[in-house]
Design a protein around this ligand. Structure first.
Ligand code: NDP
Length: 355
């Protein structure tokens, strides 16, 4: 079965490719430039010599028809995982160009192409975000798969982080509206995956080579890079987390399981039907430091300890959530925050040793 994955060189997407390729799917991954594609192809070729992976370059997903050529080349695509979006900050481009346009126009463009030129597509999974669920005005209200971020573009457009969040929410909303408006032509099942901050190891350790990692992975990297004299703030940012390997799994399950169509999936660290823990995912830099210090005695005294005494009180102010529905629908026992952090730090330390 052929699967299209947009933005296939990304932090989360590489884990998705890992699952798909190991399961024998034929993956067609899109990247923005050839060099990035070569690296992905070479790395997976070493891991799975018989993997079926083709790379296509789509330079600007925001252009109408951006994916037409890919569908022309692979008319028998059966699944589409639309993952590409920018989750980094500090660009000199406007928030419209950086976040809104690629998210909105990219979603519109790929959905239109699937309807017009993807007659065999059965599944469409979009990487949305907890950004489309969260209510920053009222974080202690209960966030579930049914919650929508009330933010408008007008409110968000002047602040980078808010603009990213609004772009994710608007792109997901656009998809649900598209499905309604084009119901007679839509032959595929749509699933949105809405992860909060994604932690956990890089698929390949070259993912650790850059100056800075992906925004969410950098949160743990920052703790390892800290020094005893690092000053905070150790309470910012705060929010909730999930593990990259669980997020990747939730992108693959809808390909196998029809009942995941029409759903929003909300993965969080520590969620499980057997032993639900709806506090495990709450974090701030202090909590990350606490986990690293407690589990890596070799780092104790070499990295920051933080300065927050009663962190529990602060963590209680961040998002409250319940994801029983996602647990029930998927059967996944979500990894704990401790596991995500420990596995990330192990990889960082091993990589340091190799250098
Ligand atoms: P990465 O930055 O590692 O990957 C992003 C991918 O999207 C890269 O392939 C990147 O290409 C591509 N991309 C970015 N901007 C554009 C654009 N304008 N046009 C085409 N491609 C683009 O991030 P993640 O793996 O973390 O993110 C993947 C998805 O997950 C995104 O949709 C993000 O919004 C979502 N997400 C991430 C969370 C997290 O905590 N990491 C949380 C919730 C959602 P290139 O390498 O060329 O820049």
């Amino acid at each position: 079965e052929k699967v299209l994955v947009s933005g296939c060189n990304g932090y989360i997407a590489l884990h998705v490719l890992d699952i798909l390729l190991s399961e024998g799917y034929h993956v067609i991954g899109t990247v923005r430039s050839e060099g990035k594609g070569d690296k992905v192809k070479d790395s997976f070729a070493k891991l799975y010599p018989y993997a079926k992976l083709d790379i296509e370059v789509v330079t600007d997903i925001g252009q109408p028809g951006a994916f037409d050529a890919v569908f022309k080349k692979y008319p028998d695509l059966q699944h589409v995982l639309h993952m590409a979006a920018n989750f980094s900050f500090g660009s000199d481009q406007s928030n419209e160009e950086m976040y809104l346009k690629p998210s909105i126009e990219g979603t519109k463009s790929i959905l239109n192409t699937v309807v017009q030129s993807g007659p065999n597509v059965k599944t469409f999974v979009q990487t949305s975000s907890f950004a489309s669920i969260m209510n920053v005005q009222d974080p202690t209200s209960l966030h579930t798969e049914a919650t929508w971020n009330p933010i408008t573009w007008e409110e968000a457009k002047d602040n980078e982080l808010a603009a990213y969040c609004a772009s994710k929410k608007l792109a997901e909303k656009l998809a649900w509206d598209f499905l309604k408006e084009n119901a007679s032509q839509v032959k595929f099942r749509y699933t949105a995956v809405c992860p909060p901050y994604v932690l956990g190891p890089q698929m390949f350790d070259w993912g650790l080579d850059g100056e800075k990692l992906n925004t969410s992975a950098e949160l743990v990297n920052n703790a390892v890079k800290s020094t005893p004299s690092s000053t905070g703030p150790f309470d910012d940012p705060s929010g909730i987390t999930t593990d990259v390997r669980d997020v990747a799994l939730l992108h693959m399950l809808p390909l196998r399981d029809e009942k995941l169509g029409g759903q929003r999936l909300f993965p969080v660290n520590g969620a499980s039907l057997k032993k639900p823990d709806y506090q495990n995912a709450r974090f701030n830099p202090q909590r990350i430091l606490d986990v690293v210090n407690a589990n890596f005695p070799e780092l104790k005294g070499k990295i920051a300890a933080g300065d927050i005494k009663d962190n529990q009180k602060l963590l209680e102010k961040t998002f409250h959530y319940n994801t029983d529905l996602t647990c029930k629908l998927t059967g996944v026992e979500f990894k704990t925050l401790e596991t995500s952090i420990i596995d990330s730090v192990k990889q960082i330390l091993e990589h340091r040793q190799k250098k």
